[in-house]
Design a protein around this ligand. Structure first.
Ligand code: SF4
Length: 347
């Protein structure tokens, strides 16, 4: 059963240049994925990869140029204007900065209970009881009801945002960099909380983050985005431990590790993976968008966008290193863990 089905989604933005000419920027190109109830899909990529744009399209905050977004069997892209109230309740969001998401002039009781006023019109005492219960569900206490946002830590504020989203009993949550503003120990607490909530309620998550390590902890599957395109997808463990695409390998190699030897080797791997081809710096119109930064780039990369090729261990990769035959995945990097990749690049 599919909760969310995103099919061939493309999003464009128009920019205005100084001479009045309009440029069109393709922020998301032909992206497809599904999320089942109780499942987490992690969208990972650098800043500007289009991951937050996809989240905003799912939340109906912008209109895609083409493609469909189907939630519980309803085509959201066919709905003009605001979503109906029942869909706004069913699809909730948690964003990166919990402080800017909370009105600093209101106490937590009123902030958490906002959806109850908006969606259900409940009376004050019942709202308060439900808000207290929601806070307890995310590890806060009744005494926090009378606090203002500035009196809470960053982790507590993000728990308030999660509690507020949960009050609507959503079946899908878009989590857009929900732990990026938190310190490492608070990050793991919030990730564990989100995992517990999912286990209890069966909510599906679209989890958007730039840090592949964070994404891996909560995700069942991961899709790596580069310049608005999915370049690799698969099970979370396979993508994080055995990344096939050079870009995903670079993302993994950019994650700091405590071992200084491994860290030095990862830094070297990342440097090699991102060695730009200086003679062709511009992104090719029809080729692989990663070509200007990819040290593996060869002739087809500059003229043809790679097809999705199955990867040993599950999922797909869009890279010409793997599609030299029509049906058989090539063993150039498939099945190689990061350590194996590092070894293969040793001089
Ligand atoms: Fe590099 Fe070519 Fe693969 Fe793109 S298709 S990631 S340029 S090897």
């Amino acid at each position: 059963m599919t909760l969310l089905d995103v099919d061939a989604l493309s999003v464009e933005f128009r920019t205005r240049r100084s001479l009045g000419r309009r440029d069109v920027v393709a922020a998301v190109r032909d992206v497809s994925f599904q999320i089942a109830p109780g499942e987490t899909l992690g969208l990972v990529g650098e800043s500007g990869s289009g991951k937050s744009t996809i989240g905003r399209a799912v939340l109906h905050l912008l209109r895609p140029r083409s493609g469909t977004i189907t939630f519980s069997g309803r085509d959201l892209t066919a709905i003009r204007g605001r979503l109906p109230a029942e869909l706004r309740r069913a699809i909730q969001a948690v964003f990166q900065d919990p402080y800017s998401s909370l009105d600093p002039t209101k106490v937590i009781a009123d902030l958490v209970a906002e959806p109850l006023v908006t969606h259900l019109g409940l009376g004050r005492s019942e709202r308060r009881e439900r808000a207290a219960h929601a806070l307890e569900r995310v590890g806060l206490e009744r005494r926090h009801l009378e606090r203002y946002p500035y009196e809470l830590s960053g982790g507590q504020r993000q728990r308030v945002c999660i509690a507020r989203a949960l009050l609507s009993e959503p079946s899908l949550m878009v989590l857009d960099e929900p732990v990026s503003a938190l310190d490492v120990s608070t990050q793991s607490q919030v990730i564990n909380l989100l995992a517990d909530v999912q286990a209890d309620s069966g909510v599906g998550y679209l989890f958007i983050a730039h840090d592949l390590t964070v994404v891996r902890h909560l995700s069942h599957r991961i899709a790596a985005l580069y310049r608005g395109r999915v370049v690799e997808d698969g099970g979370a463990a396979r993508v994080a431990d055995q990344p096939a695409h050079p870009y995903t390998q670079a993302l993994v190699a950019s994650v700091p590790v405590p071992d200084p030897v491994v860290q030095t080797r990862r830094r070297e791997l990342r440097r090699r993976l991102l060695a730009a081809a200086p003679q062709r710096a511009a992104e090719p119109a029809d080729g692989c968008p990663f070509a200007p930064r990819c040290s593996y780039a060869f002739e087809p990369c500059w003229s043809t966008f790679p097809v999705a090729t199955p990867v040993v261990g599950g999922g797909h990769v869009r890279c010409h290193l793997y599609d030299q035959t029509a049906t058989t995945p090539q063993p150039i990097a498939t099945g190689l863990g990061m350590e194996a990749s590092l070894t293969s690049l040793e001089p």
